[in-house]
Write a protein of this length. Structure first.
Length: 307
């Protein structure tokens, strides 16, 4: 538990790769995840919203967890739990723990918009079913359930709750959580284009999206910031900002998969009802990513992970 409670750094929420027939492409996932491992990321999160969790069966989620674990080495792999029924979420937590997950990133029981009492009960039941550390995912903009600092204070009595992915789109929340709860939770930036701002306010890491296509730059921002080399981190972040913006979209899955196709030679296949981008929308995202590649900076020498 102590090791897991110290989650820190870059934890990309990885995409799920599909073959042309719609089945899971284990080999392509392993290749793409390995690129992130080689770049120096600190952990992986599988089967989240970006991983098209709503289209996956529990068996598929466990297969994806196994792929991530096969390349992660000693880095933690978190399994996302986003089932609508608490009992289904509990079952996945039990199965995920048995399959070797290091912990879970847990969402409210969607699409129902629970009140605080229901939200706390859901999270507690899932955490105790799995018995592993939990990152609480707060995204009221997308999911309509706001896990406020006061609710986090109520949840603090449960030791399995160790981290928060803060995606309220309000940078003040990082300070509010720390002012109320000190270092009780590890706080992760959950909105790509608020990451460096979140670090400055005290966040411990970044659940990254667009960084899947640019993992070395993603890692460089974090390591340079941690080393006190803020201006260098900010320069890379400013370069990356137009691409980070494509994460903040209802089509973040299609956007980021297209970015992966362009930048790392993957594909942008999705599972229906999602379809790859077409027309002007595809051209717009392509232009943003291609311009980013054209202007890609030379990375400065990085400090070690221990720095």
């Amino acid at each position: 538990m102590a090791k897991a409670a110290n989650w820190e750094g870059i934890f990309p929420a990885v995409t799920t790769k599909f073959r042309e027939d719609g089945s899971i492409d284990h080999a392509e996932m392993a290749r793409c995840y390995q690129l992130n491992i080689d770049a120096g990321i600190d952990g992986l999160i599988v089967c989240g919203s970006l991983g098209e969790a709503s289209t996956l069966t529990q068996d598929e989620k466990l297969d994806i967890l196994a792929v991530a674990r096969s390349v992660a080495g000693n880095r933690p792999v978190l399994l996302t739990i986003s089932d609508g029924a608490t009992r289904d979420a509990q079952r996945l937590a039990e199965r995920g723990a048995a399959a070797g997950a290091a912990g879970f990133m847990v969402l409210p029981g969607l699409p129902y918009k629970s009140d605080p009492r229901e939200t706390i009960a859901h999270y507690t039941a899932v955490a105790r079913a799995g018995g592993l550390p939990v990152m609480i995912y707060n995204n009221p903009v997308a999911y309509g359930v706001d896990i406020t600092p006061s609710i986090l204070a109520e949840m603090a009595a449960e030791p399995l709750f160790v981290a928060v992915k803060e995606s309220s789109d309000d940078i003040r929340r990082v300070t509010d959580i720390i002012n109320l709860l000190g270092d009780r939770y590890r706080i992760f930036a959950g909105v790509d284009n608020l990451a460096l701002e979140s670090f400055a306010m005290g966040a411990n890491g970044w659940v990254a999206g667009v960084g899947l296509a640019f993992p070395r730059e993603n890692v460089a921002i974090w390591r340079l910031y941690k080393a006190g080399r803020f201006e260098e981190a900010r320069a890379i972040y400013r370069w990356m900002k137009p691409m980070l913006d494509i994460d903040v979209s209802a089509r973040l899955v299609q956007n980021i998969k297209l970015a992966e196709m362009i930048a790392i030679g993957s594909n942008d296949r999705c599972r229906a009802p999602r379809l790859p981008l077409i027309g002007e929308e595809r051209a717009r995202i392509t232009a943003i990513v291609e311009e980013g590649i054209r202007r890609r900076p030379t990375l400065p020498a990085l400090v070690s992970e221990a720095a």
